[in-house]
Each structure stands twice: as structure tokens, then as C-alpha cells.
Write a new protein. Structure first.
Length: 116
């Protein structure tokens, strides 16, 4: 299983950015794809996830209403659309796949930096 995260960069506060996570090596239809982030000096934080088959999503309170997770079944790709970015959103963002809350494969991470 391989997860390739991309799309990070340096943006200003209130800007938007979309991260991508291209997945391969598993029949992802029965799994959940999640996004996590880790800021310097902080523990890894759950951002949100999407059920690949139903499309249902869950978000952390800190990003609810600003971030949206989307999927493209044909491309086996999950997206994290981030709007109204804040400096506190600065972190390395990771995508992961798993089942029942256990994520067993992780992407390499992509840096998002939001300047004030």
C-alpha cells in the first residue's frame, strides 16, 4: 500500500489550499481515509476522515466549517480542501488509511505553512 501526499506550500492567512493523497495497493472501497497533522513541538492531531464507500466525513472541531475532505474513486485520490487558513493550521499534514479507527498505512507528509 502506498499513499502519496502532495499540495502543501506557503500561503497567507485566509488563503485556501488543497492537499491530495493518491492511494494504491489496496481495495480502498471498504476503508477509511484520514488526514492528520503535526505542528512543531506538538502531538499528531486528527483532522478528519472520509469513508471511502459512503463518502461520509468526520472533522475535528478545530477545522470544521473550513476544511472539506473529498474523494475521487476513479483516481483513488482523496483531497483535503482547506479554506480560511490560519497560522495555527501550520503543520505537516499526513494522509492515512485504515479501518475501525486503526490507521495502518501512512503517507510521507506534506508541509503547510500559513503566514499571518
Amino acid at each position: 500500500v502506498q499513499l502519496q501526499a502532495s499540495g502543501g506550500g506557503l500561503v497567507q492567512a485566509w488563503d485556501s489550499l488543497r492537499l491530495s493523497c493518491a492511494a494504491s495497493g489496496r481495495t480502498f472501497f471498504t476503508y477509511v481515509m484520514g488526514w492528520f497533522r503535526q505542528a512543531p513541538g506538538k502531538e499528531r492531531e486528527f483532522v478528519g476522515n472520509i469513508n471511502w464507500s459512503s463518502g461520509s466525513t468526520i472533522y475535528a472541531d478545530s477545522v470544521k466549517g473550513r476544511f472539506t475532505i473529498l474523494r475521487d474513486n476513479a483516481k483513488n485520490t482523496v483531497y483535503l480542501q482547506m479554506n480560511s487558513l490560519k497560522p495555527e493550521d501550520t503543520a505537516v499534514y499526513y494522509c492515512a488509511t485504515g479501518l475501525a479507527g486503526i490507521y495502518d498505512y501512512w503517507g510521507q507528509g506534506t508541509q503547510v505553512t500559513v503566514s499571518s
